[in-house]
Design a protein around this ligand. Structure first.
Ligand code: C5P
Length: 228
């Protein structure tokens, strides 16, 4: 179906019609979730929000500070499912969709994402999920670690000020505090020892500053089409 489905050509899964995996990585506030959801919807693919998994483990570890985050990560059952127009995140059966977006959880997620045991447990869950079917997966390390053989890799970014503005508008708060927290997260995500946020050598960089969501989505869908 899509021109970039290398895996479907070279490594067909028995009994499967072919598969597409699109990796969308980038820093906080680049618009990954909105764009990835729209691309998944347009192409009829599943959607993996890997950040939601780190957020779930962060929530658990705030609730159970005496338990090792890596243990919490491997024991957790995290599911992401469509719910009306949005997406429902469930952690061990409870709805944590709103709870995992709290600023304290964002900061904790960024801290424990540096823990190699947490990463190992969550990467295993992510790989198991995307092993079958067509997926748009978003995060920081999808194209570099989780799925280095993805058919199409997009690195989405925007200027720090624009990213903070978008997030502040979404949350209805002042952009100054958002920018400071975002800078701290960017620094932690890109300088950590394990799977830091980097651009995969074969990723296509898209700077979304000044572009609206529809234009970015259209560009990615065009990139996923067969050439000619
Ligand atoms: O994407 P989101 O902001 O929801 O991710 C929350 C945090 O989880 C990020 O700040 C980052 O530290 C971590 N993360 C990660 N690797 C991923 C996705 C998210 O380290 N693939």
């Amino acid at each position: 179906v899509y021109g970039l489905s290398r895996r479907a050509r070279d490594e067909p899964c028995p009994g499967y019609r072919g598969r597409v995996l699109i990796a969308i990585d980038g820093p906080a506030g680049a618009g990954k979730s909105t764009v990835a959801r729209a691309v998944a919807h347009a192409l009829g693919c599943g959607y993996l929000d890997s950040g939601a998994m780190y957020r779930c483990v962060a929530l658990l570890s705030l609730e159970q500070p005496d338990c090792a985050p890596a243990v919490l990560a491997s024991a957790a059952t995290i599911t992401l499912s469509r719910s009306g127009d949005g997406w429902l995140v469930q952690l061990d059966g409870r709805d944590v969709t709103a709870a995992i977006r709290a600023p304290a959880v964002s900061a904790a997620a960024s801290r424990l994402a540096a823990d190699p045991g947490v990463r190992e447990a969550l990467v295993a869950k992510q790989r198991a999920l995307i092993a079958h079917g067509d997926w748009v997966a978003e995060g920081r390390d999808i194209g570099t670690v989780v799925a280095p053989d993805a058919d199409l890799k997009i690195y989405l970014t925007a200027t720090p000020a624009e990213r903070a503005d978008r997030r502040a508008r979404e949350l209805g708060i002042d952009a100054t505090g958002v920018l400071a927290a975002q800078d701290a997260r960017d620094l932690r995500d890109s300088t950590r020892k394990h799977s830091p946020l980097t651009v995969a050598p074969d990723a296509i960089e898209l700077d979304t500053s000044g572009l609206d969501v529809d234009a970015v989505v259209a560009r990615i869908i065009a990139l996923a089409q067969p050439p000619g």
